[in-house]
Ligand binder design. Structure first.
Ligand code: MG
Length: 209
């Protein structure tokens, strides 16, 4: 029934309901940067992260190899033990009220990263959890009606260019950093504006306070 509903024609002033939402892990659900920066002994930099700079290694004055090397030595464990952001579950559950949600995560070049990400998901959603896709080309999931929520400007650009609707999740390291104090309010506002979906009442209330 849900699929049939999504094929219903809408008038031009009513954007279609999203058919599927893809939700990023690192930087959206998962606090990768805090663990990485602390591993390098730069934890004090987190509170004063320069806005709009995507390249983590350059903020720490490291080459990419020096940034990723110590992370790789920790293997899958590093990725499996990352902390969820405080809003992770709320974001996931409230997006699921709008459309089916699939976790979409791009691993780095270390094969153990994939293993750790699956462990992270199973730890929180159970061993039978299968609603995820792990791979770099997220734009392949883009089509009219699909939404990607991601903190990477490049992922959002590619997803939009391929015909989907990207929502850049506000973080200090991207251009939506002015909205980082209340990232969920931003995401649901965008969904409301661009798809006609009303924001969940709890988020609306938070945004107004
Ligand atoms: Mg990300």
């Amino acid at each position: 029934m849900a699929a049939a509903h999504n094929r219903v024609m809408h008038s031009s002033d009513t954007p279609p309901r999203p058919s599927h939402i893809f939700l990023d892990m690192d930087g959206v659900l998962v606090d990768f940067i805090s663990a990485a920066v602390r591993l390098h002994g730069h934890g004090h930099r987190l509170a004063e992260w320069p806005t709009g700079i995507w390249e983590d290694h350059s903020v720490l004055g490291l080459t990419p190899a020096d940034f990723w090397g110590p992370i790789e030595t920790h293997g899958a464990k590093f990725w499996a033990e990352l902390e969820p952001y405080p809003w992770a579950l709320e974001l996931y559950e409230q997006l699921r009220e709008i459309a089916p949600v699939t976790i979409a995560s791009s691993p780095n070049q270390d094969p153990h990263c994939l293993e750790g990400k699956v462990q992270w998901l199973q730890k929180r959603f159970g061993r039978r959890f299968r609603d995820f896709l792990i791979g770099p080309p997220k734009h392949l999931m883009a089509r009219p009606g699909t939404v990607l929520v991601d903190d990477s400007p490049r992922m959002i650009r590619e997803f939009n260019a391929a015909g989907g609707r990207g929502i850049l999740f506000p973080q200090p390291w991207n251009d939506n950093h002015p909205h980082r104090q209340d990232p969920l309010a931003y995401v649901f506002k965008q969904l409301e504006r661009r798809t006609g979906m009303p924001a969940p009442s709890a988020v609306e209330k938070d945004a107004a306070s």
